[in-house]
Design a protein around this ligand. Structure first.
Ligand SMILES: Cc1cc2nc3c(=O)[nH]c(=O)nc-3n(C[C@H](O)[C@H](O)[C@H](O)COP(=O)(O)OP(=O)(O)OC[C@H]3O[C@@H](n4cnc5c(N)ncnc54)[C@H](O)[C@@H]3O)c2cc1C
Length: 399
């Protein structure tokens, strides 16, 4: 029986083929390279990366969010979640697109830029010549960026001058440029009020980076902006309209983010099943114990539910719906489920579960971050509850 039938949800044949293709690629090509890496390495040699990227390219697995006119191979949201789930099973896939086997693609918001910006910054990211970061969060808080962004951009001469600090920015060091969000006006000064997106290069005077060690191996960075001068032509989109652009991009990213977490957790559960079936106890294998079976059953049920929520959100996006609340639902449930499943898998492995020779403890640390990044669970609960309250009148008995 195919897995699609097993889940009782019939994925279209081409998506089943895509899933199997990515699964094979991860198992046969990416995993052997990953096996040679130190436990906490977040990338491989440039030679291995070029090799994997070349293969991924041949299979049509790269440039998935790049418009066709810029050399892209855009695919549906459903295809992206299928790829995200399978590719997250190896870390060289999980850190895609910036560092992983699947290569390329700048943050999507660059495609809303001018022709010159796309030429200078967007296109070189497509084939891996450039890499970018996105900086929204600040030390004063990331959960409510619309109100919390206090980095200021003031127009002086023909330039915008940025002052402020950004926190927890992934991939900032070594990037070729970043998209930094700053408050351009509170209104009343002739400048449209709101937040604006700027393209900033790391060698502009007045920008510096400090690594922040965190629970997972891939460190984020603090960015300090002290009278950092940005050319006027580096405003991305309209002045004062940056936040709307960021929101669309974030919604778009959350659904594959959840799918990736489910992929990691599925791998952990499958590993644990393999382990308990061959781990002897005084009276039979571990797999015969109800305590173990319940952990397996709960994990399987929750993972299936989480995957269906991801498919539901992706299919709504493919039908042209905004998917905002659905993205919050699958991000919340996907990240929390994945954390629980990996935790149970560690428990089933016992001491081996926390050993550095196994990937489980690394996944556990990575997944802990996922409940905070891309919006903490509590903020997604708030989004979901507000929507529910707005659209529900009390049902049959109270309405
Ligand atoms: C490893 C890592 C990488 C990251 N990469 C990036 C990046 O590349 N670019 C970027 O811009 N940002 C990035 N972030 C930032 C991330 O998006 C923020 O950490 C997140 O949005 C939360 O913001 P905060 O840390 O300031 O927490 P706060 O906003 O201070 O919130 C703290 C806690 O308070 C609770 N909370 C907040 N608001 C509410 C509410 N309304 N109701 C109830 N509870 C609430 C939540 O539990 C939350 O975890 C990254 C973070 C990490 C940890």
């Amino acid at each position: 029986m195919s897995e699609a039938e097993h889940y009782g949800f019939q994925l279209p044949e081409e998506l089943v083929m895509l899933r199997d293709q990515v699964r094979r690629f991860m198992r046969e090509e990416v995993k052997p390279i990953e096996d040679k890496l130190p436990h906490d390495a977040t990338g491989c040699s440039s030679q291995d990366r070029a090799y994997l990227r070349g293969l991924a390219e041949q299979m049509g697995l790269t440039r998935l969010t790049v418009p066709e006119e810029y050399g892209g191979n855009p695919v549906s949201a459903m295809a992206r979640v299928i790829i995200a789930e399978e590719s997250a099973k190896c870390r060289l896939g999980a850190y895609a697109p910036a560092l992983g086997a699947f290569g390329g693609g700048p943050p999507n918001i660059i495609w809303g830029g001018t022709a010159a910006q796309i030429e200078q910054y967007g296109v070189p990211c497509v084939d891996g010549r450039k890499r970018a970061f996105v900086a929204i969060t600040e030390p004063t808080g990331g959960s409510d960026p619309r109100n919390n962004i206090s980095t200021r951009a003031v127009k002086r001469g023909g330039k915008w001058v940025l002052n402020g600090r950004k926190m927890w920015i992934t991939g900032a060091a070594g990037a070729d440029f970043g998209i930094i969000f700053a408050r351009t006006s509170d209104g009343g000064d002739g400048v449209p009020p709101g937040i604006t997106a700027f393209i900033v290069e790391p060698d502009y005077p007045g920008i510096s980076f400090n690594e922040i060690g965190v629970i997972r191996a891939l460190s984020p960075y603090e960015i300090v902006l002290e009278d950092c001068e940005v050319p006027e032509e580096n405003v991305l989109g309209d002045v004062g309209k940056g936040f709307g652009v960021a929101q669309t991009w974030l919604v778009d990213a959350r659904i594959p983010y959840a799918a990736g977490c489910i992929g990691i957790a599925q791998e952990a559960l499958d590993m644990a099943c393999g382990w308990v079936k061959q781990r002897p106890t005084r009276d039979g294998m571990l797999s015969g114990k109800q305590a173990i079976q319940w952990m397996i059953a709960d994990s399987e049920v929750e993972l299936r539910a989480a995957r269906m929520l991801v498919y539901d959100a992706a299919s709504k996006v493919d039908q042209g719906q905004s998917g905002k609340v659905d993205a919050s639902i699958c991000k919340l449930y996907g990240t929390e489920t994945a954390g629980r499943v990996v935790d149970r898998a560690i428990q089933m492995f016992g001491g081996m579960g926390v050993a550095k020779e196994m990937p489980l403890e690394r996944w556990y640390r990575e997944l802990r971050v996922k409940r905070i990044g891309e919006g903490p669970s509590e903020v997604h609960r708030m989004v979901i509850a507000r929507d529910k309250l707005r659209n529900t009148d009390g049902g049959i008995y109270f309405g």
